[in-house]
Design a protein around this ligand. Structure first.
Ligand code: ADP
Ligand code: MG
Length: 233
């Protein structure tokens, strides 16, 4: 764990989120507060329905909380309301998402899947392709750069998806069950890559996981139960 900089890169304070009203109301997050430092790799644990994805989506500025405070990478982004009106830009600049199933676009090859994110962020296509290929090599799937997603193994596809999440050098990487679809050897390799990345890029990684085989690879573990954080390990 990196402890040089003790200013949190992600700070969530007193966040509440409910869906619906009246009899259909669900309180998905109840007074959640947490701090994550640059370089940290943390896990969100909890039973199904406990609010893990909701919390990840709030941190990722995909979902508006009902109230509270969210600070990301030197910027207060939410204080009982969004403080930015260009949330898409904020996500492109600061946040990388990795999903359980790789989510690659089936009609683009590995390189183009990664390059697309850079082009969306306004980079020219030559730069985007070169950076995409460099990232694929960094994740040890450079030899698969021309393959279509259907031709990749599960582990290869997940590494391409990680390359895509890293393309814009985000300081905050959010992963919903990143290793669930992988065998334990591949899951370990993916987690080691995420750790290497967090320390080299001074980024933080927040991963939802049930995967006991990778628990030893986290700096902090947050337990959610019924929308509440109940103690940290
Ligand atoms: P987890 O990821 O831990 O399984 P979620 O964050 O997806 O849990 O869900 C937390 C609670 O919020 C659950 O009771 C779920 O049914 C509810 N919920 C999540 N998203 C919505 C939504 N868009 N509309 C209504 N209820 C939702
Ligand atoms: Mg979930």
């Amino acid at each position: 764990m990196q402890q040089v900089n003790s200013t949190p890169i992600v700070s969530v304070k007193n966040v509440f989120k409910h869906f619906g009203e009246g009899e259909t109301r669900v309180d998905a997050l109840k007074d959640v507060s947490l701090d994550i430092l640059p370089g940290e790799v943390v896990a969100l644990l909890g039973p199904s329905g406990s609010g893990k994805t909701t919390l990840l989506n709030v941190i990722g500025c995909i979902l508006e909380p009902s109230s509270g405070y969210v600070h990301l990478d030197n910027e207060v982004v939410y204080n009982n309301r969004w403080l930015r009106n260009d949330l898409r830009r904020l996500r492109l600049d600061k946040i990388g998402f990795i999903f359980q199933f790789h989510n690659l676009l089936p009609f683009l090859n590995a390189t183009d899947n990664v390059a697309l994110v850079l082009e969306l962020a306004g980079k020219d296509s030559t730069f985007a392709r070169n950076r995409a290929i460099e990232l694929l090599h960094y994740l040890e799937v450079g030899h698969r750069k021309a393959a279509m997603p259907a031709q990749l193994s599960g582990g290869e596809a997940q590494r391409v998806a990680i390359a895509r999440a890293l393309a814009n050098s985000p300081r905050i990487i959010l992963a919903d069950e990143p290793t669930a679809a992988l065998d334990s050897k591949r899951a370990g390799i993916v987690m080691d890559l995420l750790r290497k990345l967090a320390s080299e890029q001074n980024a933080c990684i927040i991963a939802v996981t049930h995967d006991e085989k990778i628990f030893d690879r986290f700096d902090q573990i947050f337990h959610l139960r019924d929308g509440r954080l109940d103690g940290q390990v």
